[in-house]
Structures are given as C-alpha cells and as structure tokens.
Design a binder for this molecule. Structure first.
Ligand code: SF4
Length: 406
C-alpha cells in the first residue's frame, strides 16, 4: 500500500475522531510493510487531535515478528493478534514449517518480555471442520505456553468439509476446552479463552436492526488501492465473491477514501444495507438445527452475515451455515456452563471490567447516530456537496467481525 493511501486513510479517520479511535493493521501480512507501519504510527502520534486516544492492533501470521519489532509494538500499546491454530496437526494447513516458527516465537517473546507478552499478545485460533478434533489439545498447548488471551472462531468462509457428525465432535471438544479452562481458572484465576470470559448468555429474544456493525461503519477498511469498505471480507479487490456477497459488497463499497463522494457514500451506508436481508431479519434466520426465533441463545448469538453470503451455493440470505450455527450455539452453551462452574465469580469480574468500556462505546454510537442525523437534515436534496460528518463511528475493537466485534 502506498504511503499516500495510508496517509489519506489516517487523515480521514482522525478528522472525524471525537474521543477514542482505533487503527488496525491487517492483511495479507502487514509485517511485509514494516517501514510503512512505523511511519503510520509516527504520523498518528504527531497529528492526532489533542484529547483523542488511539488503540492500535495488528493481525499477523507471526513469521516476521522479531523481538525488536515486538518492543516497538508494545511501546505503542498494540494488541498483537497472532494467527496460530495450535498443535502441529491443526496448524499444518497454514504450512508444515509454520508450527516450529510460531512455537519458538511464543517462547522467545514470553522469555524476552513476560509482561509485554501477557499484556499485548493474543493468539487467534481459526477452527476448520477438519481441525475440530484438535481444538481441546490446541487450547491446552497454548495455555501451557503462557498465552493469556485466546480468541477462537470458526472459519467463516465456506468449508465443504462440514458434515453432521462434526457437531458431536465439536461438542466433545468444547467440553475439553471447558474442563481445561476450569482447571486453569482454579489454579490462576484467569480465563484465557475469550468466549468463556463474558457474562452468561442472555435469554430474551429481540429483533435487532442489523446483525453486525458493518452498516454503521464501526470498522472502516481501506484496500491497497485506497478504496474504503465497511467490512474487509466484502472487498472485491482482494477476492472473488459469490453472488450474495457481491450484492452486499456493492452496498458496503464506500469508494476511494480521498474522493469527494466518500462522505456521501458513508452517510448513505445504513440505508443501503437496510435493503439487504443478509444484514437484517435476525429472528427470521435459520440453520438445519432450527429457527433462530426458537433458539435460547438468539439474543447473544453473533453469527457473521458474511458466513451466509460466502457459501457459493447459497442464494438464501436467511440460511445460516450449520458450522457457524453449531459453533455459536455450543460456545454460548459452554460459556453458560462455565458461569455455573465458577459460581459467577468470573462473570462478576468481567462485568466490572467491561462496564466502563461499554459506557464509552454507547456514548460513541450515540454521537455517531446524532452526527449522521444532523448531516442528513443539513444535506441538499440531490447530488450537491454534503457537509462532512462529525463522527464516522468507532473502528473495530475486536474480532470476529462483530462489534466486538465487533
Ligand atoms: S445458535 Fe444457531 S439457531 Fe441459535 S440464534 Fe445462532 S444461528 Fe440461530
């Protein structure tokens, strides 16, 4: 990505930043462009408006992460998300040699700077149908390495390997993750597996406007050509998309970030996305396991709409892939069970940690909606220049595409 594009994206982001904003470096592999990354951080540090706070994150395959670079990232309070699926057999689909490299990397970083390692490193495990039987072993291995935060999620793009028997195995493996996490919590008081760390799932069922934060541009993404998107998985510049995803990408495409039409495309985003059932009709969705309206976890389930649209054989925007539904259901059931096993002690701690963060998020969303409404009421009827929005919404905080998480 050219420096001109990076600077335009950062300038656009900071011009609308009210309180806090976030900058995420992802790829491809962002550490192939270390000089640009360092320059981008320096640019943000020297030009961001006074009174604003910034959170940095980096998603990397880890193979180019050196101790010196790690020190730089820690000094700027990066969250360093290392994609690593665990034991050798689980990691092998990313390249046979990568396990040895990452196994050594975790040890080096941990021994070099134990505090930085605990505070800044998050390991991101992507589960495939073929690696489900290895999930319990992978979590045990990562905990033994001293990893303090483990984000686990299913591959959201289409995987033909899913079969009905996979659900039973996934349930068994969730049981193993639960047991390992419980033992770890008893001896350390810590819960590295993120999906177990929150409060128990909510039981009510509520229709939400949108299934994820993309329609509010909670995560603005810029491709190497300088085109902005409301979600990275719908970038047509990076992948060929199946028909449902292609339709969604037209709504999420915000045009060139440096273009005069960018603010207009951004302001019209919620309206464009609201016309797509893919992002709406939460309680009207279903999988082979049943209707979401009947599911006890409907309120807490955060299945990513991209998983529906990335099945090349699917034309139904309400049909959730069975793998996604199973992972979501079983991980929420595991969290519920973990809450019972720990007598609610962990959930209480989590709630107190999160209440401040949620308050800030709520305030930012309110500010963003108010700015959107005021920009609409001030806009001329057709075509002419619209005033700049005051706040484009907060960039992504976590993974998984959910306003985490987005
Ligand atoms: S777990 Fe499955 S059935 Fe339940 S709400 Fe989520 S996708 Fe729908």
């Amino acid at each position: 990505m050219s420096w001109r594009t990076v600077r335009s994206a950062l300038t656009a982001l900071m011009s609308g930043a009210g309180g806090e904003f976030a900058v995420e470096f992802a790829g491809g592999e962002p550490l192939l462009e270390v000089t640009t990354l360092r320059r981008a951080v320096e640019f943000v540090e020297t030009t961001r408006p006074s009174g604003t706070g910034v959170e940095y994150s980096l998603t990397t395959n880890g193979t180019l992460l050196t101790p010196a670079l790690f020190g730089f990232l820690c000094s700027h309070e990066f969250t360093i998300r290392i994609s690593f699926d665990g034991v050798p057999a689980a990691q092998s689909h990313r390249g046979e040699w990568t396990y040895r490299v990452l196994d050594g990397l975790l040890e080096r970083l941990r021994d070099h700077d134990p505090t930085g390692f605990a505070r800044h490193v998050k390991v991101v495990v992507t589960v495939l149908p073929s690696t489900i039987p290895l999930l319990g072993a992978s979590v045990r291995y990562l905990m033994a390495k001293g990893v303090q935060t483990i984000e686990i999620g299913p591959r959201f793009t289409w995987d033909p390997d899913w079969a009905p028997s996979c659900r039973e195995e996934l349930e068994r493996q969730m049981g193993a993750v639960l047991q390992t996490s419980y033992e770890h919590w008893c001896s350390t008081g810590k819960v590295p597996v993120e999906f177990l760390a929150g409060p128990p799932p909510l039981k009510c069922r509520r229709e939400m406007d949108f299934l994820c934060g993309a329609p509010w541009a909670t995560s603005l993404c810029v491709d190497p050509g300088g085109r902005a998107w409301a979600c990275p998985v719908f970038m047509t510049s990076l992948a060929q998309l199946p028909p449902l995803a292609l339709e969604a990408s037209r709504a999420l495409d915000l045009g060139a970030i440096a273009d005069i039409s960018f603010q207009r495309r951004l302001a019209g985003l919620p309206e464009r996305v609201a016309r797509l059932r893919l992002f709406t009709n939460g309680l009207g969705k279903r999988s082979s396991y049943g209707a979401c309206a009947q599911c006890r976890f409907a309120e807490s389930c955060r299945v990513c709409p991209a998983s529906i649209s990335h099945n090349p054989n699917n034309r139904d925007p309400d049909l959730i892939p069975d793998f996604m539904c199973s992972f979501s259901y079983l991980s929420l059931a595991a969290r519920e069970r973990f809450h019972e096993m720990t007598g609610g002690a962990r959930s209480a701690a989590w709630s107190s940690e999160m209440s401040g963060a949620l308050g800030r998020l709520e305030a930012a969303v309110r500010e963003s909606v108010a700015a959107l409404q005021s920009s609409r009421s001030a806009a001329p009827a057709h075509g002419a220049h619209r005033p700049r929005r005051e706040n484009r919404g907060r960039p992504r905080r976590s993974s998984n595409g959910r306003p985490t998480p987005r």
